[in-house]
Design a protein around this ligand. Structure first.
Ligand SMILES: Cc1cc2nc3c(=O)[nH]c(=O)nc-3n(C[C@H](O)[C@H](O)[C@H](O)COP(=O)(O)OP(=O)(O)OC[C@H]3O[C@@H](n4cnc5c(N)ncnc54)[C@H](O)[C@@H]3O)c2cc1C
Length: 322
C-alpha cells in the first residue's frame, strides 16, 4: 500500500451520527474523511416516517430525511469515501483506517457505524429460499402487488409493515402474545386494510414452494393450549428480529484501549453503535455533534503543541460553546 494520507479526523459511518459529526467538525474548520459502505443516511433510509426528529413538524419520511442529511454532509465539505472499513488499528500516534485498497492515518476517529442485523438460527431457512429473505426493507422498495411476511414484534417490524403495505399485502408474525413496539405504530398498522397481525405465531421453517414463492411453516397456539400448524405462503420474508453493534472492524488492541483513547479524545463512539435499546436518530445526531466537539478541542490543544494535519489543517476554533 502506498504512503498513507493523513487526516485530522476520520468518521466511520454516514448515518445521522456520522453526518452530524462531520458537519460539526467543519464548523470548527476540520475537514473530516467519512467512510460509508452504502448510501448516506444510515438506517433512516429504511424508516417509514420519522416524527421525532426536531425540525420536521408533521414528520418526514425516512428516505427524505436521509436525503436532507446527505445534502448537509455534502455542503460541509467533508471528504466522503464510499467504501467499507475493514479494520481500525493504531500505529504510533495515529489511528489507521483501512478499506479494501485504501488506508488513511487519522489523529482521531469517530466510530458511528450503527448496528447490523443480529444473526439468527431460527427459523430454519432452506438455502434456495434465501434470495427472498431480507433483513431490511431497502431492497424491497420496488416490490408491489405481492405478499410480504414480516417476523418480529418490535418497532422495526411494524415500521416495515407500514412502508411495505403501501404497495403490498403484509402479514406481521409475532411470536409472543404482545408486541414490543410503540403502541401508536401497532395501532396504525392494524388499521391498515392490507396489514394482518398474527400473534402467538412461531415460524419454524421456510422453504421454496410452488412458483418460487415461500412456504412458511407456522405453529400457532390452539384454543386447548396445544400448537396448531398453519402454513403460510408469501412472496418475500423480512426478519425484523434484532440488531447488534456493527463494530467488527475494531482490532482487539483498540477494544482494550478504547477507554483510554476516549479520555484522550482520539477514539470516540457515537450513535446506535453504543446506544443499546436507545436507538433514535436525534440521540445519534446529538452524540455525533458531541464527539466532534471533543475531537475539535483535542486537535486545537495539540495544534498548539505543534501537531497539525498534512492534508486538512486545523483552523481556529469557533469555540466549543457555539
Ligand atoms: C425501520 C426503522 C424505523 C426507524 N424510525 C425511527 C424514527 O421514527 N425516529 C428515530 O429517531 N429513529 C428511528 N429509527 C432509528 C434511527 O434510524 C437510528 O437510530 C439512526 O439511524 C442511528 O444513526 P447512526 O448514525 O448511529 O447509525 P446508522 O443510521 O445505522 O448509520 C450507520 C452507518 O454506518 C455505515 N457503516 C457501518 N459499518 C461500516 C463500515 N465498516 N464501513 C463503512 N460504513 C459502515 C452503515 O452503512 C450506515 O450507513 C428507525 C430505525 C429503523 C430500522
Amino acid at each position: 500500500m502506498r504512503t498513507l494520507d493523513t487526516f485530522d479526523a476520520g468518521i466511520i459511518g454516514a448515518g445521522p451520527a456520522g453526518i452530524a459529526a462531520a458537519v460539526q467538525l467543519a464548523r470548527h474548520g476540520v475537514r473530516a474523511v467519512v467512510f460509508e459502505r452504502e448510501s448516506t443516511g444510515g438506517l433512516l433510509r429504511t424508516a417509514w416516517r420519522v416524527e421525532n426528529f426536531p425540525g420536521f413538524p408533521g414528520g418526514i419520511s425516512g428516505p427524505a430525511l436521509a436525503a436532507v442529511l446527505d445534502e448537509q454532509l455534502r455542503a460541509s465539505g467533508a471528504l466522503l469515501v464510499r467504501a467499507e472499513v475493514a479494520s481500525l488499528d493504531r500505529e504510533e500516534e495515529f489511528l489507521i483506517v483501512r478499506t479494501d485498497g485504501r488506508g488513511v492515518r487519522c489523529r482521531a476517529v469517530i466510530v458511528a457505524s450503527g448496528t447490523r442485523p443480529r444473526g439468527v438460527t431460527d427459523p430454519d431457512i432452506a438455502p434456495d429460499a434465501m434470495d427472498r429473505v431480507f433483513r431490511e426493507v431497502d431492497e424491497l422498495r420496488g416490490v408491489r402487488g405481492g405478499h410480504v411476511a414480516v417476523i418480529g414484534g418490535g418497532d422495526a417490524a411494524f415500521d416495515y409493515a407500514m412502508s411495505l403495505s403501501e404497495k403490498n399485502d403484509v402479514t406481521v408474525l409475532v411470536r409472543g402474545n404482545s408486541t414490543r413496539c410503540l403502541p401508536i405504530l401497532a395501532t396504525r398498522a392494524r388499521s391498515r386494510k392490507r396489514v394482518t397481525v398474527r400473534m402467538l405465531t412461531r415460524i419454524t421453517a421456510v422453504a421454496k414452494g410452488s412458483g418460487g414463492r415461500l412456504r412458511l411453516t407456522s405453529l400457532s397456539e390452539g384454543g386447548d393450549g396445544g400448537s396448531v400448524r398453519a402454513d403460510l405462503d408469501a412472496d418475500y420474508l423480512v426478519l425484523a428480529v434484532g440488531r447488534e453493534p456493527d463494530d467488527g472492524f475494531l482490532s482487539e488492541e483498540l477494544r482494550r484501549d478504547a477507554p483510554t483513547l476516549g479520555e484522550r479524545r482520539e477514539l470516540l463512539f457515537a450513535g446506535d453503535v453504543v446506544n443499546g435499546i436507545f436507538r433514535q436518530a436525534s440521540i445519534a445526531a446529538g452524540q455525533g455533534t458531541h464527539a466532534a466537539m471533543k475531537v475539535a478541542a483535542m486537535l486545537r490543544e495539540n495544534v498548539g503543541a505543534g501537531v497539525g494535519s498534512e492534508e486538512t489543517g486545523v483552523a481556529d476554533s469557533q469555540g466549543e460553546s457555539r
